[in-house]
Design a protein around this ligand. Structure first.
Ligand SMILES: Nc1ncnc2c1ncn2[C@@H]1O[C@H](COP(=O)(O)OP(=O)(O)O)[C@@H](O)[C@H]1O
Ligand SMILES: [Mg+2]
Length: 349
């Protein structure tokens, strides 16, 4: 690959979070530093740029960026995940080439209700659900307990703690109220899929390939605890929930089922208009008769690229080490942009 000028964009809030976490003695590895180092080692020129919440200033800083490609690591803007799509929209308006999904893909995947409607059209299975916004029922399937209550569009398991799985009407009411009043979001109520938690990384555009399936195991958790990737399990290093989970590459899923799961992930990626790289979170279970069922839980347009997270690990298993993965993402983005540019008048950019 030729040597490029890469600008790495990330939400400046990460720096604050890092300082806070480290003050509490916790580790907080940030993807942008790992990316900077890995790409520099491959001979690229890397310029790291935090996104400040002063948009006016930001517009001029981004406009003045001198780079071949922007590596967009902004999963939030000012800490708000719903603004993820607006960062991509800004880059689109400024005609800056960037890696990863565009504003449309991020908007579709971020809204878990909208995602389901698209998946429904194509017959892809997801948990039955209801959405309640300020007391108004937007949609409701005929649900059975237990259910899991979460915000309709968030990331990083925000609002998904151990109390998110409820078994009673009382529990449900309280949880909906919590989502409304504390997280200021419509509540998404889903049938709880008591199954295994898997993550499928996806790379590509015209040709989309699914990476090896990665699984989060819960077998160390106690019987009565819900087996979910809760806020604590994901982010609270040393917490009981984190200690009770572990990640691995499953080897017991029959090949035919394995491939179907990968295909469903690749199709979901396409249908939600994701680009370059993504991660589809799913649940699988085996019915009493032995049949396997899989459900899409959510699609992530800008999945975490911290070295130890699911997508880089799955890529590694697939033979792409961290710098290989980053270069692959850049190549996919440049290819995609290159072919589009050919369709535009020569003086349009
Ligand atoms: N319907 C469901 N059934 C079982 N577990 C679920 C369901 N929905 C969410 N979860 C659990 O909660 C976690 C976080 O939910 P998810 O929708 O992926 O939120 P986020 O966007 O915050 O990652 C999932 O990884 C899974 O462990
Ligand atoms: Mg998730």
């Amino acid at each position: 690959m030729r040597k490029l000028k890469v600008a790495v964009l990330y939400d400046e809030i990460e720096d604050r979070e890092k300082v806070e976490a480290e003050a509490e003695g916790k580790k907080f590895p940030v993807a942008y530093r790992q990316l900077e180092q890995a790409l520099r080692e491959r001979g690229h020129t890397v310029n790291v740029m935090p996104l400040s919440s002063d948009v006016v200033d930001l517009v001029s800083r981004i406009s003045n960026l001198d780079c071949d490609i922007i590596f967009n690591l902004a999963e939030t803007f000012g800490g708000v995940s719903q603004h993820e799509q607006n960062v991509a929209a800004l880059l689109e308006l400024l005609k800056k080439p960037f890696t990863g999904s565009g504003s449309i893909g991020l908007a579709l995947s971020q809204d878990k209700e909208l995602s389901k409607k698209i998946l429904a059209f194509h017959g892809i299975r997801y948990p039955k659900y209801a959405v309640i916004d300020s007391g108004k029922v937007e949609w409701s399937d005929d649900l059975r307990f237990p259910v899991l209550v979460k915000p309709v569009s968030q990331d990083g398991s925000i609002g998904v703690d151990i109390k998110a799985v409820v078994h009673t009407i009382k529990g449900l009411m309280e949880r909906i109220s919590y989502i409304h009043s504390e997280l200021h979001s419509p509540a998404l109520i889903e049938e709880y899929i008591d199954g295994r938690e898997i993550y499928v990384g996806v790379l590509g555009n015209e040709k989309v390939e699914a990476l090896p399936i990665f699984e989060m195991g819960f077998s160390k958790s106690s019987e009565d605890e819900p087996k979910i990737a809760s806020t604590e399990a994901k982010w609270e290093e040393g917490s009981e929930a984190a200690r009770n989970t572990f990640e691995f590459f499953p080897t017991d899923i029959p090949q035919e089922v394995y491939e179907k799961i990968q295909k469903a992930a690749a199709l979901t990626f396409r249908l939600l208009k994701l680009r370059d790289y993504g991660r589809i979170d799913m649940r699988v279970r085996q019915r009493t008769g032995g049949d396997w069922e899989y459900y899409i839980i959510e699609a992530n347009g800008n999945p975490h690229l911290e070295m130890e997270s699911e997508l880089p690990k799955a890529a590694m298993k697939h033979g792409l080490d961290y710098p290989d993965l980053l270069e692959k993402i850049i190549e996919l983005a440049l290819d995609r942009i290159g072919s589009k540019a050919l369709l535009q008048p020569a003086n349009s950019d």
